[in-house]
Ligand binder design. Sequence first.
Ligand code: TXA
Ligand code: MG
Length: 317
Amino acid sequence: MTFWSDLGRACSILRDGGVVGMPTETVYGLAACVNRPEAISALFRIKERPLFDPLIVHIAEVSDICKVAADFPQAASNLARQFWPGPLTIVLPKTPALNPAITAGLDTVAVRMPRHPLALRLIRRAGCPLAAPSANRFGRTSPTSAADVRKEFDDAVFVVDGGPCEVGLESTVVELRELNGKTEVDILRPGVITEEMISDVLGRTLVFRVQSAKSPGHLSKHYQPAIPLVVIEEKIFPPNAQTCCYIAEQLNLKACAYAELVLEDEAVLAARSLYRKLRDLATSGCDFIALRKDSRTNSGAWEAIWDRVGRAASLHL
Ligand code: TXA
Ligand code: MG
C-alpha cells in the first residue's frame, strides 16, 4: 500500500469519528479530530489513559490556532515562527468551544505543529486539528515506528507508516506568562528544543527550569519498557553477581540476567534511538535492562534524554 492510499484511508477513519496512528518527527501519535467527542473518548479508552491527563492538539497552519486557542501572545508567536513546524508544544489559553475532555478540564490547551510531511498532510486532509497523545498504552515507552504502534494495540488501530521517527523523543512543552511586562517561560517537559534555544529566540526573557509538576501527565513513572530498566552508577558498573542478586530481589525478578542499554555519544543520535533500543532489549529474553549512568553533560538534548531515562527506570543504584 502506498503512502497516498494510507492517507486516504486514515482520513476517512478520522472523518467517521475514529482514531488512527499518525507519524510525527518526535514519536507516533494516536490521532482523533478535535471536534469528534466520541473519537476523543476512544483515545483515552484505547490508551487506558487517565482523564486528568490532557492531550496535545496538532495543527498544520498557524492560522488554525484560533480554532483551539483564545489568545496567541507575541512571545508564543515568536517561538512558533522559529520552531514550527517542529518538536515544540506551546500551552495557550483554550477557546471555550474546544471539547473540555481534550484539556482534562484545564483552561489551557497544548498546541504544536509537527514537521513530519505525512502528519501535516493528514491534518490538512482531515480538515480539522488532531488531538494526539503518543501512541502507547499509558505509562509505557512511546513508539517510534508504525510496527511499534500496531503491536502496542494488537493491530486494532490503523497506522499511517511514515518510517522511523527522526527525533525519537516527545516534544518540548512550554507555558508562557506575563509578569510585570516581562515574559516568563516554564519548561513543562524537556525535549530537543532546549532552554538555550528558547532563550535565544526570546532574548532577555526569563526561562525557568523544568516544572513538570505543572504538567498533569508528566508523572515520575512513565515511558516504562516491558521489563525493568535499572540505572547504575558508573563506579559499580558492570554490576557484579551480588549487585545483580540485589536488583532481582528489589524488583521481584525470577532471575538476574541483564542486557545493557548503550546510548550513542551524540545527543541527537542517542535521543533518536533510545526508545527503539528500550523496546528491542525488552524482548531480548533478559530479566532487566541495565544502563550505566555516566558523567556526560546534562545540557542540551541530554537533559531530555536523562529525564526520560529517569522516569522509565524502575530502580536507580
Ligand atoms: O511529541 C509529542 O508531543 C507527541 C507527538 C505525538 O506529538 N505527543 C505526546 O503526547 O507526547 P502525550 O499525550 O504523550 O504528552 C502530552 C504532554 C503530557 O505531559 C501532558 O500533561 C502535557 O503534554 N499537556 C497537555 N496539555 C497540557 C496543558 N494544557 N497544560 C500543561 N501540560 C499539558
Ligand atoms: Mg505520552
